[in-house]
Write a protein that binds this ligand. Sequence first.
Ligand code: ADP
Ligand code: MG
Length: 566
Amino acid sequence: MNLIASLTRTELGRGLWTFRTEFLWVGLFSLVANLLMLTPTLYMLQVFDRVMLSQSEVTLIAVTLVMVLFTVVMAVAEWVRSRLLVRAGVRFDEALNARVFDASFSAHLAQDGASATRAFSDLTNLRQFLTGNGVFAFFDLPWMPIYLAVLFLMHPLLGWAGIVFTLLLIMLAIGSHLMTARLHERASDSELQANSYLGGKLRHAEAVESMGMLPNLRRRWIGLVATQFHRREQSHEQQHRMQAVGKFMQYSQQSLILALGAWLAIRGEISLGAMIASNALMSNALRPISSLVGTWKQFVEARQAYSRLDKVISDYPDGGRYHSAEHVTGQIELRQLVALAPGSDTQILKGLNLEFRPGEVVGIVGPSGAGKSTLARCLIGVWPSTRGQMLLDGVDISKWDRDRLGPHIGYLPQDIELLEGTVAENICRFGEIDSDAVIEAAKRAGIHEMVQHLPQGYDTSLGQAGGLLSGGQRQRLALARALYGMPDLVVLDEPNANLDDVGEVALMKAIVELKQAGKTVFMVLHQRNLLALADRVLVLNNGTVAQFGVMDVTARPDALPQPRTA
Ligand SMILES: Nc1ncnc2c1ncn2[C@@H]1O[C@H](COP(=O)(O)OP(=O)(O)O)[C@@H](O)[C@H]1O
Ligand SMILES: [Mg+2]
């Protein structure tokens, strides 16, 4: 089957496919519930035609008891299928949450911001639809023909009326889909746009406020919000119009079928019981369709959520990262490494061929915009879009199991990102807090004293992005995090950018210690004062290697370092 094939083709599809047993059971209980939904109809027929004719109280009691029993079973069946779906929902979250978390993280890394932020609301949306009441409409739908068949049995005209009403409702459903889906999608898009615009600006509130950018930003934001409201309004208006038409059809149909029944009864073609029963039967037959019309919006949203989620999960697959090793030597080889700007073909690094020895300390210098930070990110394997190869210990960095490689890597980004949490949590990378190792790393980065003077020492909570600390303090805290556990490959991107003399001395000491411990260290530098610690120096210019070799210590002190070829 096409649907099954498409389900098992992608990872998300396969994830959903594991819920087939649950849905089979839901289908089974839907069958029971739907069959028993005929109870009131049959009961009415019995009461009107048999009980009233025979005037027998015993018959009345008997059919009433049977009716109550069936109705109870029906209610239980409905309850069980809801329970099944709620359970499936919990399992759905458990099965996919972690995967979506990873994928949205990777999406963020690849600067695919929209996918990253949308993934979770999409997951919620999909789960709510699949495990909510809306999905029952789909399970009840196959029973519609049976109700219609019973109508035909009562009288062909009743059957035909049922079919006409059903077709009208289906046309309404399709029409309302055609008219509202596009509007609704556009409204959600502009809502997301306005929200991410606001979020982005809030993060830089100080700069915005101090330099009087607020009125300009506000004007743009109000523009975005106005578009959003306008589209939302359009889509709501359309939806309400369709709902009004739906209501009219639903209520008029009920009465019209009664009128038809009454006419047939007057002509003696059906009994009075059948007249009443056909009315009940008709509303049964139309119920799934009208609830489908009601939940159509949810369905469309869930389908969009599914395809977006499917795309994120497929775009950022989990597999292929299987390599891990007890010891990492930090031997690195770049083969024709090209780094592309995310989402474009612009080359930032233009085919680097380089080899670095284990335990080597490499200085990376070059003018601003040369690609130093990009190279640093390539070295630790987080640059999203590369060609060629970057081998760590002979294995492509993309093949390494990141979770296991993490402890072997120390990275100090140029834009320091501290996470919300305590000082100790930030240093130990949010793992189990090993106090000794935390203090050791803090001492290496020269912040032990500083931390002790914080209000709660190592347990002091940093606000968002470490707001409590000064630039230099943040940098040294990030250095402590990079040094935590003495990792084998350490990449420092302008580690001394915000440091005072004391901080720089601590940094130098830390690099010497790493060197003595045989760790491989890369340091991107914008000043020459730390270059003396480097075994070799790489000069980058415009994404290519300008020079690479042992630094000539006899060079003029104010000149750019002039490495000799090694
Ligand atoms: N996310 C990005 N998208 C597009 N271009 C980028 C991105 N990051 C960096 N670049 C470009 O790549 C070049 C190198 O940047 P970078 O590696 O940060 O330089 P450096 O660290 O040497 O100053 C710059 O021209 C910059 O504009
Ligand atoms: Mg940089």
